[in-house]
Design a protein around this ligand. Structure first.
Ligand code: ZN
Ligand code: ZN
Ligand code: FE
Length: 763
């Protein structure tokens, strides 16, 4: 045998930072090292993953190159740093187990949808996990929702009560196996199981999945336990079933999300761009808002009156199995709750809370420890935007552009989300919902305690909205008093636009367009159509919509015709309200009150102006859910109409008032002349975009700033987003959209955290 001289050995220490724990990164490093015939070890520590490798130089170089270009599916690599070390002659490669050092900086991974390898096993009759609804691996499965506390290890999860069988244990212990250290690893021998219960709670002797599919196909409404909570499921192609669900859930018009078998099934129902397809099939598996095709088998009452569908693909093995035999094509899968209460997670809770709603229950015995709704996303101007941040994203941090002292930002009242911040990271909670009910408040406190322990954040300050009646505000005041912490009150729209700036990594001053429903202003009126010159510390209001009355205050939100009456009467005079078809008796009383400025508060809200226009143009006098009128107006706007209405800005001192009166006069003229609503809707949208772009331009001329942060609930309107981009870019301004943080009130607490961090830093 010929002898070759041994090549000189090189050793290198490798530090990998990013999202590299709980995602199979160490076995990935192990596999690469074996493939490159390197010796050494790999380990987790408080900063990420640390490894040392030793071998011939070209092999070490190749290893480092692959670390920089390859990764396991769920990992996110921020940096790979290599430092040369003296060679030691070490033999073999080992994975060091996690040592819990008391440092929990790396937290818990987010839940991930079933990976292609697991899906193949699920549908392979020869596999030992064939049709097993709880299979998972290092690259997929539940994480956040099954974890009680850090560190993320099986004994701390709801899998602790399922000791692994020898076959599963072998996979778990084998670094070369796809299930090495997959904490929820399970199989039909050792793992969780399904049961089916009838409406009265009696267990069924039939096979649970078969019973479920059979009943769904027969038009029943079932409660199905999933990853982050229960869904109420119904056949989305059955108008009778969907109507029944609406009736029982007391949910009149708000669109339901639907789940279909796969991307091809989704494409048959909706127009799907490549970016939207990527989002639908991503590991996060959000509900994606898509443009519906015409003449599909989807029941009309799934999303009445609007041309979009919220669509998502199966993300748990159980979901895949519901569609496996082809009897079910599309399912309404809506959070199992009553109106705005938190989603059900517990079997007993489901039985009591969903009595009278569900015709049966598909249970499993893997406990859901953290409640988490489905995330909702859309492609906005070519890139993904999170509208509701929950499953798949929580508890991953969103970066902050400025280092934060440990703090808590409690957000707003509706679509509540809180944020814990420390250093350059902001941890947003999952979507909590509307903070009005006691269950929601309890959910908030539970989620807060959990995230505080997970990320070891002990707040040193509390940020809150200025609205004195938000439950989040009074809660913050009590919490701060109890813990003797400073309170930082932050104006609603400043928080909106600051969040947009901060998530783009910027701290410099910018122009903000806060196009919103309602938020508490600094002058006692209700704001929501604001142009701000701001940075992360403070703001000035450089332009806003002329305030109009909200007749009846809160009632005006659910009765847009009142907004229309208030707008027309105050801007054009009471006689202009004739022939609009509003209830005559109430109109007469309200007109008197408006004339005496006693009908309710004033608001500069763009959302309320949308309501007013929808009430006139669509005769949409009342709404079943927030923003319904605006959504319908966006939905019918004709893409072929390029008209607009007169833009008018009045200077007042250093600021400007955007005047809706000339627009409203022209719009009424169109309306009375019988112009189609689709054209009026398009013109109104363009007027909004042109008016706010013009106001942004005035602010730019006065300040020299060109970056424009777009935020607020109206930024859910993608037609408006598109028109704003056109107008702003035409004027040489640079629009920025929210991406990881919701533009609506769900994003508020992140903006509050950024502002609080900046204010505390400058003390
Ligand atoms: Zn998998
Ligand atoms: Zn097993
Ligand atoms: Fe808001």
């Amino acid at each position: 045998m010929a002898m070759f001289p041994n090549p000189p050995l090189h050793r290198s220490a490798v530090r990998v930072r990013g999202l590299v724990q709980g995602v199979g990164y160490r076995p990935f490093v192990y596999r690469l090292a074996l493939e490159e015939s390197l010796a050494g070890w790999v380990s987790n520590d408080s900063e990420g993953v640390l490894a040392e490798v030793e071998g011939p130089q070209p092999r070490v170089d190749q290893f480092l190159h692959r670390l920089r270009t390859e990764k396991p599916p769920l990992a996110r690599v921020d940096s790979v740093e290599a430092t040369p070390l003296p060679a030691t002659g070490e033999q073999g490669f080992t994975i060091h187990l996690s040592h819990h050092s008391g440092q929990a900086r790396t937290g818990i991974p987010a839940d991930a949808a079933t990976c292609p390898d697991c899906l193949r096993e699920l549908l392979d009759p020869a596999d030992r996990r064939y049709h097993y609804p709880f299979l998972n691996c290092t690259n997929c499965g539940p994480r956040f929702t099954i974890t009680r506390r850090v560190p993320y290890d099986r004994p701390q999860t709801s899998m602790a009560v399922f000791p692994m069988c020898p076959a599963c244990q072998r996979e778990y212990d084998d670094p070369a196996d796809r299930r090495f250290h997959a904490q929820p690893n399970a199989c039909p021998v050792c793992g969780p199981t399904l049961t089916f219960l009838a409406a009265d709670g009696t267990p069924s002797s039939a096979a649970p999945l078969e019973e479920t599919v059979h009943r769904l196909a027969a038009g029943q409404i079932l409660a199905i336990k999933g990853i982050g909570g229960f869904h109420l499921a119904a056949d989305a192609t059955s108008e009778v079933a969907v109507q029944l669900l609406r009736q029982r859930k007391h949910r009149a018009g708000k669109p339901f999300a639907i789940m279909v078998r796969d991307l091809a099934a989704a494409q048959a129902l909706c127009e799907i761009s490549p970016a939207e397809a990527d989002l639908l099939t991503s590991f996060e598996r959000p509900v994606v808002l898509l443009r519906s095709r015409e003449h599909t088998p989807i029941a009309p009452s799934v999303a009445p009156g609007i041309p979009w569908l919220g669509l998502f693909l199966p993300y748990a093995p159980l979901h895949h199995l519901l569609f496996a035999d082809g009897r079910i094509h599309a399912l309404v899968m809506t959070s199992a709750n009553l109106s705005d209460e938190p989603i059900c997670i517990d079997n007993d809770e489901a039985l009591t809370r969903l009595t009278g709603i569900a015709d049966g229950f598909l249970f499993h015995n893997r406990e859901i420890l953290q409640r988490c709704d489905d995330s909702v996303m859309a492609i906005v101007e070519g890139a993904p935007q999170l509208l509701r941040r929950a499953r798949g994203h929580v508890p991953l941090p969103v970066p902050l552009p400025i280092s934060a002292a440990p703090l808590l930002a409690v957000g707003g009242q509706m679509k509540h989300v809180f944020t814990l911040a420390r250093g350059l990271e902001a941890f947003q909670s999952q979507h909590i919902g509307d903070l009005e009910s006691r269950p929601a408040l309890e959910f908030f406190e539970h989620a807060l305690a959990h995230l505080q322990t997970t990320f070891e954040v002990t707040p040193t300050a509390v940020a809150h909205d200025l609205h004195p009646e938000y439950l989040s505000t009074t809660w913050a005041q009590e919490f701060a008093a109890r813990h003797n912490l400073p309170l930082i009150g932050i104006q609603h729209h400043h928080a909106h636009v600051a969040g947009c700036l901060a998530e783009h990594g910027l701290t410099t001053p910018a122009i903000g367009l806060a196009l919103d429903g309602t938020g508490f202003g600094t002058d006692g009126t209700i704001w929501g159509g604001e142009v701000l010159h701001f940075d992360l510390r403070e703001f000035t209001r450089t332009a806003h919509l002329r305030p109009i009355p909200m007749p009846g205050s809160g009632i005006a939100v659910t009765q847009p015709w009142r907004m229309a009456l208030g707008a027309v009467a105050s801007l054009l005079g009471p006689e202009a309200t004739a022939n609009l078809g509003f209830p005559p008796a109430e109109t007469a009383i309200l007109l008197q009150l408006i004339a005496r400025s006693r009908s309710g508060p004033l608001t500069s809200s763009l959302g309320r102006l949308f309501d007013a226009v929808a009430a006139i143009v669509l005769h949409r006098h009342t709404v079943d859910y927030e923003a319904q009128a605006a959504i319908e107006l966006e939905g019918i706007a004709s893409p072929d109409d390029h008209g607009t209405y007169p833009v008018s800005l009045t200077p007042v001192g250093d600021s400007w008032i955007i005047e809706p009166a000339p627009m409203l006069a022209a719009l009424l003229q169109d309306h009375h002349a019988g112009q189609p609503a689709s054209h009026i809707a398009a013109r109104f949208h363009r007027w909004v975009a042109e008016s706010f772009a013009a106001a942004a331009q005035r602010t730019s001329q006065a300040s020299g700033l060109t970056t424009v942060c777009l935020s607020g609930g109206c930024m859910h309107n993608r037609l408006l987003s598109r028109m704003l981009v056109q107008e702003l870019e035409h004027l040489g301004l640079r629009p920025l959209f929210h991406r990881q943080v919701s533009p609506g009130d769900g994003g508020l607490s992140y903006g509050q955290a950024a502002i609080a961090a900046a204010r505390l830093a400058s003390l």
